[in-house]
Design a protein around this ligand. Structure first.
Ligand SMILES: [Zn+2]
Length: 383
């Protein structure tokens, strides 16, 4: 990955390049940005620049031995730690168990989505983690000698998913770093990273992409999509390229869409709840309970977003710039939004958040969804 391949982020690129040209590379850096902002691409481009044999003032050369190996994710001094899942084959999984999959995933996806990664390596019924046993792996990497590069680099994807004992090993490594070692943490949620690690890393804040940048990136990757779809998508994506990409792919291939599935569940749920149709409610809770946990969480996040959008729609009485709805969502919401008011919005959010937390605690999904829908039925009457 070269800087020129990454849309936007002009200032960050400049700043990162300067750390190298001015010899001020901080040994532990936290690349923090929302989903779909391009932070992993920046981390990879930076790693490549740091070790490039012939860098220019604006980019790595892309041609030297080091660049070529990093591009193929096959450099002996470039290491990765990332969340993995337990599978029948790996009961105590560590990152290296999935390295082939990781290479394939990075090769296919310039913008990483955590959910897509989990789906790629397991069934979607699993929650990912950087498990305790990764500690040994971190120690091994830290103690490795540098083979051929200027810097040994460890990129940690989603350090917020790191088990506490692995976190402590990482902290120790960051506190007493071996020479010429660079830690790059690529995170979406710094509040979940232990504060002692946070305070010892240099924060590199990655901003969301602008609408124009999303248009540029979509047009490059989906040359067959029509301009109107791309422009409208860039608007509702709100700076998240992953979200934009999913919308365009859903439009081009509607059968496989997970967002469409969430929309269908959401609209069915609201109709069943409002009409208090008990049989439909039971069937729906059963269906939702058979989804994988990550899918269930995705659905709850989606539902919370729809509640907020419908509230805004109801308050403003028109579809404005404040709304981020697709055409299909707007069709449904133009009728449904009258049910979401200041009398129930906060409690509705609370119920969805509670259900989300319960799923993370492995509560029985069947009961949880049944309770949730009955509670929603009650709250919709409060409008
Ligand atoms: Zn190079």
């Amino acid at each position: 990955m070269q800087f020129k391949d990454i849309v936007g982020h002009i200032n960050i690129k400049k700043k990162l390049i300067e750390t190298v040209t001015k010899n001020r590379i901080s040994h532990a850096q936290l690349f923090l940005g929302n989903e779909g902002s391009g932070k992993m691409s920046l981390a990879l481009a930076y790693a490549q620049y740091v070790n490039c044999e012939n860098p220019t003032e604006t980019d790595s050369c892309g041609e030297c031995k080091s660049c070529k190996k990093i591009q193929k994710i096959a450099h002996p001094d470039l290491h990765f730690v990332y969340p993995v899942v337990r599978t029948p084959k790996f009961s105590k999984p560590v990152s290296t168990d999935f390295i082939d999959k990781w290479r394939e995933f990075l090769d296919k996806n310039k913008h990483l989505s955590y959910n897509d990664w989990l789906n790629f390596i397991g069934t979607d019924n699993l929650q990912g983690s950087i498990y305790a046993q990764e500690s040994q792996e971190i120690i091994r990497i830290v103690n490795l000698k540098t083979f051929e590069a200027k810097y040994k680099i460890l990129i940690i994807y989603m350090p917020e998913k790191m088990n506490i004992s692995a976190s402590n090993k990482l902290l120790k490594a960051i506190e007493e770093p071996p020479p010429n070692t660079l830690f790059i943490l690529v995170s979406e949620d710094e509040s979940q990273i232990i504060t002692t690690i946070r305070s010892r890393t240099q924060l590199i804040k990655i901003e969301n992409l602008s609408q124009e940048e999303i248009i540029i990136e979509l047009s490059k990757n989906y040359e067959f999509a029509d301009n109107q779809l791309i422009t409208e998508t860039a608007k509702i994506a709100n700076g998240n390229y992953i979200y934009a990409k999913n919308i365009v792919e859903d439009e081009l291939n509607p059968q496989e869409s997970s967002k469409l599935q969430s929309f269908n569940y959401f609209s069915t749920m609201m109709r069943a709840a409002y009409g208090l149709k008990i049989n439909e409610i039971i069937t729906l809770s059963n269906n939702l309970s058979t989804l994988g946990r990550e899918k269930q969480k995705e659905f709850l996040i989606y539902s919370n977003r729809m509640i907020r959008e419908n509230f805004i729609l109801n308050e403003t009485k028109q579809h404005t710039d404040l709304n981020y709805l697709t055409k299909k969502e707007l069709e449904f919401s133009s009728k449904f939004s009258i049910f979401i008011t200041e009398k129930n919005i906060f409690e509705l959010h609370e119920e969805f958040n509670k259900a989300y937390a319960d799923i993370e605690r492995n509560a029985s999904a069947k009961i949880l969804f049944l309770d949730l829908i009955l509670k929603i039925a009650q709250l919709l009457k409060k409008k």
